[in-house]
Design a protein around this ligand. Structure first.
Ligand code: ZN
Length: 158
């Protein structure tokens, strides 16, 4: 089984249930620190983005209750490995991190770091998922403006 998340009328993200369950394990329901990583996937011709895999935090990353920062090289390594093995068909499609709030909202720091990632990768189409405790939010840039799609975990996914 697989969930479809529409970003707008034409673009849809597809993710299988096993990946969703693995991502939801990182929710900050207790005293856990923020977690995060990258998404790799395929862009299909019909504007479908298929999530293939994601990286998890490692000890080398910076993890605090209200902050996550990628410091480990294994995130980029996962992207590079998929890219090489698939001959460029699978690539970086976005990033994710958790927030210790029920309905997550991007901070100014989040948007600043996402703008940097978009510029570094020269890819306006990247999307950014924030996993909250009751809902998730996907942020993406459309004509330089940030847009967001909220996903209610109980209603839309589980
Ligand atoms: Zn954040």
């Amino acid at each position: 089984m697989c969930a479809k998340i529409f970003l707008n009328k034409t673009t849809v993200i597809e993710i299988n249930n096993e990946l969703i369950e693995n991502l939801l394990c990182f929710r900050q329901l207790g005293n856990e620190p923020e977690s995060g990583g990258v998404f790799v996937g395929k862009r299909l011709f019909n504007e479908t983005i298929l999530i293939v895999d994601f990286s998890k935090p490692s000890k080398k990353d910076f993890q605090r209750r209200y902050h996550f920062s990628k410091k480990s090289s294994h995130h980029q390594k996962l992207v590079d490995e998929h890219f090489t093995e698939s001959q460029g068909y699978i690539s970086l499609i976005g990033e994710w991190h958790t927030h210790p709030e029920e309905i997550p909202i991007a901070s100014r720091v989040d948007k600043r770091s996402w703008n940097k990632i978009i510029e570094e990768n020269k890819d306006e189409r990247l999307f950014f998922l924030i996993i909250g405790n009751k809902s998730c939010a996907i942020y993406f840039r459309e004509l330089t403006k940030w847009r967001t799609v909220e996903i209610n975990l109980e209603r839309d996914l589980i």
